[in-house]
Design a protein around this ligand. Sequence first.
Ligand SMILES: [Zn+2]
Length: 237
Amino acid sequence: METGEPGSAGTALLIAAHPDDAEFGAGGTVACWVREGWRVVYVICTHGEQGTHDLHADLGALAQLREQEQRAAAGVLGVAEVSFLGYPDGQVEPTLELRRDLTREIRRYRPARVICPSPLRLLDSSALRRNHPDHMAVGAAALAAIYPTASSPHLFPELLAAGFEPWIVSEIYVNESHEADVIVDIAETLDQKIAALREHASQVSPELEPRIREGARRFGEPHSLAAAEGFRLIRLS
Ligand SMILES: [Zn+2]
């Protein structure tokens, strides 16, 4: 099974629902970790083919385009590998099938750290995007895949039979800026985050850059940082 060698610091796996979620939520952090020697890999659950308001859009073509955009954005950040699970955009549920697929990817890459979305709905009008049902579904499935499934040899025995051995993740970084307890200084990588977001040209507008800069600045300000991203950290070992 080819999984690539971990970086000098280890392997970090980012699990997201859609192309561009990774860069919006954690692009600066991913770039920092790559600089620190982490091998970062992405698993994206859908191709984001619903990312259009055009009634006549070719959704198959958009899916292909968004995969290309995601690979280009990941390249800007130094991400080693990107894979797609191919679930239908806008209809993701935290099913056993999704949990099994994510368990397989966790066992394949054997990451010390996982970044995933939050499974919780925030009752806050500013959290519209964060509350996308696909994000919450992927968050729930990812957390269930990390514990107990990835480390339990007798759950989904077909995975073990295929050579995917049990694995224990050490740290989960839940993408969560509202109640973050880990604040990552991204001042050095904010330009890289913005450059990566620009690769999602089918989704982002020219007004993106000032909005992203202001968001990172506002988030960093209470922590005396010029720019920051935040996560809820769960330590498992
Ligand atoms: Zn999304």
